[in-house]
Ligand binder design. Structure first.
Ligand SMILES: Nc1ncnc2c1ncn2[C@@H]1O[C@H](COP(=O)(O)OP(=O)(O)O)[C@@H](O)[C@H]1O
Ligand code: SF4
Ligand SMILES: [Mg+2]
Length: 333
């Protein structure tokens, strides 16, 4: 895998919903449908999308908590996990220390060895060791989440999956926790799959962003490309839902979504976003758009490089920006 810590290829998870006599036997929810992503050492891939778009299911597949319906994935070593609700991931009946000690014991550490690792880890995540003598309900949300983060990094993973890690925290603690995660990454070279429904948060945290809807990745690329040069109508709608970060974004047209995310079903044809897309045309309801490269084609970059200054790495790798929309690049936003 060289410097790649995660690679998924055509990963699918279908939840079979109704096998009753009178319904179609193969009725299912395509929660994750043909997802191929890669994360490099030390980088953050942000995964953003509304509730119900399949983010947690993808996270659980990668963590081995669910069996894929199809496709495959490869991870380099162990993967740590931090979930939205820290209280539910800590044992309410034991003090926090025990929640850290237990997984180490399962990996064969003695009590003394476990203690050393726990103390060292507490220091990394700015957790005062005396807090570990408390039960989860005696800790604040932020402190609970720090215990979860400590537990996730104790076994020295190269990749952390963070599923809405700050969504359940008070607003005042959210920013602090995000900054601590960035600091942790800086110091220890961790790679993150950072999951959130909030595009402003994902922009702050990520090197690259994958936008997910209806079990599929709709657009993927470098953070700046996705936030400034977005080509998918769904990305535009996510950006429209938050106040513009830069003054120049104030001119961006708004494309707010109405209604809930429609329920996914096995019978739906065409683009998953079609029922809510302002730009949908007939073909969008019958055919599924494939992911395709956006922006400058490689030969064009090469040509441009000969005449004007184009960064060398751009020539060699292309932009990596892809979108799954028939009209990506042609739409007037
Ligand atoms: N265990 C399950 N059984 C049936 N459907 C599920 C199950 N888990 C999730 N789903 C469905 O899969 C879709 C994606 O859910 P989820 O991965 O939780 O999305 P997100 O994390 O983006 O909110 C939703 O339609 C959800 O209802
Ligand atoms: S393929 Fe059609 S429905 Fe889907 S995002 Fe593009 S324009 Fe909208
Ligand atoms: Mg979720």
């Amino acid at each position: 895998m060289s410097d790649t810590v995660l690679r998924t290829e055509g990963l699918k998870k279908y939840f079979y919903t109704d096998r009753s006599l009178f319904r179609k036997k193969d009725s299912y929810v395509p929660a994750v449908d043909d997802v191929s992503i890669e994360i490099k050492e030390g980088e953050t891939l942000g995964l953003v999308g509304e509730s119900g778009s399949g983010k947690t299911t993808l996270a659980k597949l990668i963590l081995g908590l669910l069996t894929p319906t199809a496709g495959k994935f490869e991870v380099d070593g162990t993967v740590g996990a931090v979930f939205q609700d820290p209280a539910s991931s800590l044992n309410p009946r034991t003090v926090a220390y025990r929640s850290l000690e237990r997984p180490l014991e399962l990996h064969g550490a003695t009590k003394a060895e476990a203690k050393d690792i726990i103390m060292e880890t507490c220091e990394k995540v700015n957790l005062r060791p005396e807090l570990l003598e408390r039960f989860p309900h005696e800790l604040s949300g932020g402190q609970q989440q720090r215990v979860s983060i400590a537990r996730a990094i104790m076994l020295k993973p190269k990749l952390l999956v963070l599923d809405e890690p700050t969504s359940a925290l008070d607003v005042s603690v959210q920013a602090q926790t995000l900054n601590e995660l960035l600091d942790l990454q800086d110091r220890f070279g961790l790679a993150y799959l950072f999951i959130t429904h909030n595009i402003a948060v994902v922009r702050y945290m990520s090197d690259r962003i994958a936008v997910m809807y209806g079990g599929k990745i709709m657009e993927i690329g470098d953070t700046e490309e996705i936030c400034e040069e977005y080509k998918h109508p769904y990305t535009l709608s996510l950006l429209s839902s938050v106040p513009p970060l830069h003054p120049k974004d104030r001119n961006r047209k708004k494309f707010l979504l109405t209604g809930d995310i429609p329920s996914l079903d096995s019978g739906q044809k065409g683009c998953r976003f079609a029922s809510r897309c302002r730009f949908a045309k007939e073909c969008c309801f019958s055919d599924m758009p494939e992911m395709r490269d956006i922006g400058i084609e490689l030969p064009e970059i090469q040509e441009a490089a000969d005449t004007v200054s184009v960064k060398e790495n751009e020539v060699s790798r292309g932009s990596g920006h892809q979108a799954a929309c028939f009209f990506a690049g042609e739409l007037e936003f």
